[in-house]
Structures are given as C-alpha cells and as structure tokens.
Design a protein around this ligand. Structure first.
Ligand code: BES
Ligand code: ZN
Length: 650
C-alpha cells in the first residue's frame, strides 16, 4: 500500500477559544469553529460529525480527455456516534468508495445546487469511532471541472505543448478533489501525479525527489510520476497544480521561479527582489513557516493577478513590466503566507481577514523593500479606490461592509470593501496605537493562530484583550466595530499623504483645466503608480482628438506596463475610440485576467450601439480561451447565455 494508514500529521491542540468539545480525536489538525460567524453556507460538509484531516491524491493528468483520474484517500475523524461523512463535489464522476482495507462503502451523490455542487454522503460502516480511518474514492473530474483550465499549445508561450493549471479559491477545488471544501476544515495532503513527457508537474506542496520514469504504453508518450506533500494543515482551496513545459530558475536559497523556457529569463529578472521581500515579511511579522517560496508564471489565460498557493505562488505573466514596478503583486501573494494561509478565514464572510490584512502587509513589505514613497502612493491608490466604491454604492450600502452580508457569493469577496477598506482599517489602527505596538500585536496574532481558522470576532476580541485592555478612550478612538461591521468609511480613517502624487495630481488638474499635456520627459520619469493615478483621474469623456493627443504624447499604447495599458484601453473604449479597437482585441484574445478583461468588455458594452457589436464579435473568438471565472463574469456583462451562438442584447 502506498499510503501509510496513519499519516504523519503535526499535532495542534484544540484551543479553548470557540471550538467544539465533541469527542473528535485529539490529533485534530485544527479546531472546527462553531460560532455562527464561522459557519460556511457554501459547503455540504458537517465537520462536527466527521471531518477530513488528510488528503492523499493519486492522479493521472489526461490531456486528451481533459480530466484527472485516479483515487483520493482521505483520513477521517468521526465523532463517536457518527455514521456518515459528507464531502463536497461539483461534477465529480465517482467510480466507487472503499475503506482503507478495500471494503466497499455505500455512498450517495445528492442533488446539485447551483454554485455549490452536490454532496457525497459516505456511510462509514465499521469505520465509526475516534481512530484515524481512511476512505478511498475512485473518481475522475467531470467535463466542466471549473478549477482546471486545460490549455491548447497555442495558448502557451512556446506554442508546442499543452498546459493545465488549477484555481481552487474560493470553492472550485470540489470540481477535481472529493474532500470537504471549506476554509475552516484544514487538511494536510500529499499527491502522486502522472503526466506525459516532457511536461513537468508542480504543486502547492514540497516536491519529493526526482520524477519517476514510468515508460510508455504503445503509441503514447512515456509518462513520469511526480510526488508532493504539504504537512502544514491548510484550507483545501490551497491545493493547486500546474503542468506544462516548465523550467526552473533559482532566485535565492529559499526561492525560485517556474516558467516556460521562453519566459524564464524575464521572469527571473522581474522577481530578483524575492529574497528581500521574504526577509522583510519575516522581519515584520515573524517566521516564514512554509520552507520554500517558489512561484510559477502561468500562461496569460490565468484569471487572476496572483494566487497565494503555499510554497508556489501562481502568477499571471501580465505583471512582468521589465522594471519590477508591478511587484506589489508579489508582496501581496507572499504576505498571504501570514494572513490567509497561516491564519485563514473560517468562512467566506470574513474575506477581509485574508485579503484586507494581506493588503496591509503588502504595503508594509513594499515600504520596507521599495521605500516609503512607493508605499504611500499605493496606499493613496487604495484609498481612492475605496472612496470611489463607497461614492458609487452609497455610504449605507451593505456592499461597503468588510464583513460581507450573508449569502454573498464567495466569488464576490474581491473588491475595495475587502481589500482597500481592510488596508485603511489597519493603517488607521497602526497610526493610533503606534507602529511598534501594532506590529508586536499582529505578530503575536499570527503566532497564536498559526494554522488555524479565524473570524472577525476573534480578531477584534484579541485586539481588545491585548492592545486596548481597559483603555476606554482608545477603544472609542479606534471605532473597531464600525470598521468591521459598518458600512462606508469611518471618520477616523487614516488619510493618505496629499503629496503622494503631487506631480500626477497637478498634471491631471492642468489637463482637466485647459488640456495641457504632461511633458513626455516628466511622464517617463514618473513611477508606474503615478502614471496610473494620472490615467485614473482623466475626465470620463474624451474626444478622439484628445485621446490621440494623449497617446501621441505619452506613448500609452506602447507602454510595457499592462496596468497602464489597461487604463489606456479602458479610457479609449469607453469613449468609442476606433483606433484602439485592434489593440484591445489583440489584448483580449491573449489575456484572460478577469481584472482586465471584464472591465474592457464592460467599457465596450456600456457605449451601446458602438461597442456592443464589437464586444460580441471579439467575445465569440475569445470566450473559449477564458477560465470559467472570467467567462462567467463576461457572460454577465454581455448577456451571454450558454447555448447561444452569439452574445444577446442586454
Ligand atoms: N487570493 C486572491 C485571489 C482570490 C480571492 C481568488 C478570492 C478567489 C477568491 C489573491 O491573493 C489576490 O488577491 N489576487 C489579486 C492580487 C492583487 C490584489 C495584488 C489579483 O489577482 O488581482
Ligand atoms: Zn490576496
């Protein structure tokens, strides 16, 4: 038998705080929180009855069939009186389920709920009891497995080999892994993955040794097996895989980057600050507990900027600018090594605990490595984006709350109310209590809750206990509840330095007043953040003549920075600027990053008669190349319903 019956699981004692006292075995990887705020409405699992503690995958990557196939062996802990365990699935094709000794277990696959998938309820039979037990699920991913994107060679830099990557967060891993897919049910894992040569498989776990050569079946490419393990318990959305024609470049003793050979040099150059970024994180908030910090540059179809998969951050290639100016992204994904991966929201409703805290740490790491003025600029951009969102929605709107309203889709836990408001909140607290004290508190928060699920209530209670004590004045000054549960921007918000963008703001004002363009030489000397600021402050309406002049003076369509290019294309499209259409089309046919793609389609669509036919035409070509996340968003924008040959009218 490949997997030992009792896997090596680090022992974390149940904490006194907020946990179940059910007689689950003591070797629990992490507590299951029982407070109402910790309940995850997007899982079928009932972890207090029976929970998964460890996942062992043995899978083959089938590029022809575009599916994974094999077994998942789950270590289970069940309460004394439990008779079944409920797993999450979304379209999985189950062949059979046995216990660790090969005895068939009865199971039932329930009805599918939109956006949530379906439960697999397994009868535990003789397995009930406090001992670690195993169930083995023989399965394959279904045809629409949303976590997996299988790319044709044409969608890669090399153009010769296929590629596959997964995106688990928030609730997509249930489309390729049958486990309890909820962030509060932490699990350790290991995997053995086979793939055809010359593809290399990488995962968000530590690689175990060299790949094993398996030889070939007749007429097929020979295959290799790759093994990985993660023995820190993690929320299951962090299990991730990618495979393609990959090379590795070492960046330092703990870090390196995987990329296609065509990209590896530019990637290694852009990521040259990685060791410094890690050092800064450690210096600020304590030990880096994951061993390695590697990254992979995915093909441009990757739907996010970055994803903090442990020991292997997944990255869009679109952040590469040649001057490291978009490396805030790296600081962000690295920061998740403390907030998100080490301490994880127990439910999707506390998105800010992962993303807001991470955005704050990102800014602190940025400050340490790239200097105060760059961090101040990024803070000013965050603040502006929060203000804009609150301005648009209204200060009373529930979507401006950091704790998101019940029923909010986990896919919607991205946005200014979570990322930017979280940063502004923590900056505000830092400023009031003082940096030294705040850093010490945050560091102990990570230490005390390492590898555990957390909630807003726990975060605030800890602050009150250790940072505020009985200082009533300080309590009043901080306005903690208003920040976390209230809407809008509380009045004590720490303001960005009005001078952070003195040059860009001055130039934007001059332009708005009488059309004065910044001097090309000034523009080139600005930081990318300043350039973004200027473009974000442009008047909403611009004529063809004005757009042409802007582009000619500032070389916008030629910029090497995709954040800047995106803002240019958005301004051009929303103003029905014909000369930009070709470039926008080219961009949209290569890049699948939702943050760029969705707003560009929206800009086209919102113009009405001018842009809708263009959007429809482009989308017909590009839709198939987008990840399900981006596709779902753009479908909503252009009123596309599957089964249609073309996008319909809104
Ligand atoms: N973990 C997020 C991406 C995410 C959040 C996926 C919620 C699914 C649900 C990641 O760390 C992230 O925030 N990415 C940003 C980076 C940016 C804020 C620097 C992105 O992709 O744009
Ligand atoms: Zn993030």
């Amino acid at each position: 038998m490949r997997f030992p019956l009792i896997a090596a699981i680090p022992i974390f004692l149940l904490t006194a705080c907020d946990t179940s006292d059910l007689p689950l075995q003591e070797r629990t990887v992490a507590p299951i929180l029982t407070s109402e705020q910790a309940q995850d409405e997007f899982t079928f699992a009932r972890p207090l009855e029976a929970r998964v503690t460890h996942v062992a995958l043995d899978l083959d990557l089938d590029f022809e069939g575009q599916r994974v196939e094999g077994t998942a062996t789950l270590d289970v802990q069940a309460a004394e009186d439990a008779t079944e365990i409920v797993l999450d699935s979304d379209g999985l094709i189950v062949g059979g389920i046995t216990d660790g000794n090969g005895n068939e277990l009865e199971y039932e696959i329930g009805e599918t709920e939109e956006g949530k998938g379906e439960p697999i309820t397994v009868q535990l039979g003789e397995l009930t009891g406090p001992e670690l037990q195993q169930i083995v699920i023989d399965y394959a991913s279904g045809p629409e497995a949303a976590a997996l994107q299988w790319l044709d060679p044409e969608q890669t830099a090399g153009g010769e080999h296929p590629f596959v990557f997964s995106q688990g967060q928030p609730i997509l891993n249930r489309t390729w892994i049958p486990t309890q897919d909820s962030p509060g049910i932490r699990q350790t894992w290991e995997a053995r993955i086979t793939a055809p040569e010359p593809l290399t498989v990488v995962m968000s776990g530590i690689s175990r040794g060299e790949p094993e050569e398996l030889g070939a079946n007749e007429g097929e490419a020979s295959r290799r097996a790759f093994e990985f393990m993660m023995d820190n318990s993690i929320p299951p959305y962090l299990i991730a895989i990618a495979a393609g024609n990959l090379e590795f470049a070492e960046l330092g003793p703990r870090s390196g980057v995987w990329a296609e050979p065509q990209m590896i040099e530019a990637a290694a150059e852009e990521l040259g600050d990685t060791e410094e970024l890690i050092d800064a994180g450690v210096e600020l908030f304590g030990e880096y507990r994951w061993g390695r910090y590697d990254m992979i540059i995915l093909p441009p179809a990757f739907p996010y900027g970055g994803m903090e998969n442990p020991v292997l951050t997944f990255l869009t290639p679109t952040f590469i600018a040649g001057d490291r100016s978009n490396n805030g992204l790296i600081a962000h994904e690295l920061a998740h090594s403390w907030s998100g991966n080490l301490t994880t929201y127990a439910s999707w409703r506390d998105g800010w605990l992962n993303e807001g805290v991470t955005s704050y740490i990102e800014s602190r790491i940025t400050e340490a490595v790239y200097g105060e003025s760059r961090a101040e600029q990024e803070y000013a951009l965050s603040y502006a984006s929060l203000e804009e969102a609150v301005g648009e929605a209204g200060a009373d709107d529930p979507t401006t709350s950091m704790r998101t309203p019940e029923g909010t889709s986990p896919f919607e836990t991205i946005g200014p109310a979570i990322y930017d408001k979280g940063t502004v909140f923590l900056r505000t607290v830092e400023n009031i209590v003082g940096r030294e004290e705040f850093d010490a508190w945050l560091t102990q928060w990570f230490d005390e809750h390492a590898f555990q699920p957390v909630t807003s209530e726990m975060f605030l209670a800890d602050m009150r206990e250790k940072l505020i004590g009985d200082n009533a004045e300080l309590e009043e000054q901080l306005m903690l509840d208003e920040w976390v549960y209230g809407t809008g921007i509380p009045e004590n918000a720490y303001q960005p330095d009005p001078q952070a963008f003195a040059a860009a703001d001055g130039a934007a004002q001059a332009y708005a007043e009488d059309g004065t363009l910044p001097a090309a030489r000034d523009w080139e000397s600005w930081t990318a953040a300043s350039q973004r600021r200027f473009l974000e402050e442009l008047p909403g309406e611009l004529s063809d003549r004005e757009l042409a002049a802007l582009n000619e003076r500032l070389g916008l369509s030629e910029t090497g920075n995709n954040e800047v290019l995106f803002l240019w294309l958005e301004a051009a499209l929303r103003n029905e600027y014909d000369p930009a259409v070709d470039q926008a089309e080219q961009f949209l046919s290569q890049v699948g990053r939702n943050k760029f793609v969705a707003p560009l389609f929206a800009a086209l669509w919102n113009t009405g008669d001018w842009g809708r036919p263009i959007a429809t035409r482009i989308y017909e070509d590009t839709r198939g190349g987008y990840h399900s996340y981006t596709r779902n968003n753009v479908d909503g924008i252009v009123g596309y319903e599957s089964g249609e040959a073309e996008a319909g009218e809104a």
